[in-house]
Design a protein around this ligand. Sequence first.
Ligand code: NAD
Length: 370
Amino acid sequence: MAAQKLLLLPGDGIGPEVMGEVRRVLAAIEAKGLLSFEIDEDLVGGCAYDAHGKAISDEAVAKAHAADAVLLGAVGGPKWDGVPYEHRPEAGLLRLRKDLELFANLRPAICYPALADSSALKRELVDGLDIVIVRELTGGVYFGEPKEITDLPNGQKRAVDTQVYETYEIERIAKVAFELARVRGNRVTSAEKRNVMKSGLLWNQVVTATHKSGYEDVKLDHMLADALGMQLVRAPKQFDVIVTDNLFGDILSDVASMLTGSLGMLPSASLGAEDASGRRKALYEPVHGSAPDIAGQGVANPLAMIASLAMALKYSLGKPEIADTLDRAIAGVLADGLRTGDIWTEGSTRVGTAEMGQAVVAKFEQLLAA
Ligand code: NAD
């Protein structure tokens, strides 16, 4: 069995604490003979600035290029508030996304039955929710030119942002969505505003053409992005994979994350293009930040980080069945009533980071043995 090359970038704040629990899960996977790993670790964010004077070193970026998957904890914290803008902790993350050309951002919104009462919606609408938003991450209105504010002769100002997409950008994100759907519920909903935007019209046409080019086994629907926003809070369980552009994806993925009730539970993946061998560059990280307010106390919730590893197993390491077992282990410890402080409610058992990690590993091993 060829070893899978992993690069761990724990980062700052609670990053190293939650990454420690990923190491625990990796050790359990290896001990069971399910996979073998070649694990490397490096610095990103404020800790990298302290060590090298920049938020990520060229060596760490080179390691990320060579890895089958990169797992990142979190970056940032008040300690680095005063560092020069180009060296701020987030610059390390942005450089990785840019250098690895990670154009597809996957944000699952999973509502574990045990946490359904924490959602802003009624339990029956979200209990068991499992959707993924695939957001185009490197194009669209956030990057299109011209992008400027100009002075008008009448003393007013004029602001312009440009929403621009080319065929290849839509085609490659649509392919990611269709391929993801195949290892999930086999349904894709594409969202745009073709009724008022030319870029929406092209988006719709290219997604439709891509579907016809070899993905017709996947069910495809199109929805206007505003209608989809409404449906997300009316009946979110109707969706499986949602694919949309950078702007709509930004908004809709935040809406979807609140359906789950807890930001601290959410993993994410950012994927690049497939190379000749079918391998994609990939970065997996929790949605939450470095939580400096609780760093170093051993109380951080490691589940979003562990769920990010589950995504890596599913989408980069070719082991969807191990990923499913790990996801079921997470659901299992929650069903057993274990909670870190961020998701604690009356009547549940409060545990720390390491106890939660140990409980996930124990449940994982129990499920494997069943
Ligand atoms: P945050 O996500 O770090 O924290 C928000 C709140 O949620 C805090 O009260 C924190 O204690 C809590 N929290 C977050 N993750 C938790 C976990 N796993 N377990 C328990 N509680 C958790 O967001 P913030 O406070 O806005 O930002 C703090 C720092 O993180 C800033 O420097 C910010 O720039 C950075 N940040 C980094 C990333 C990233 O690395 N991708 C993302 C967001 C924010």
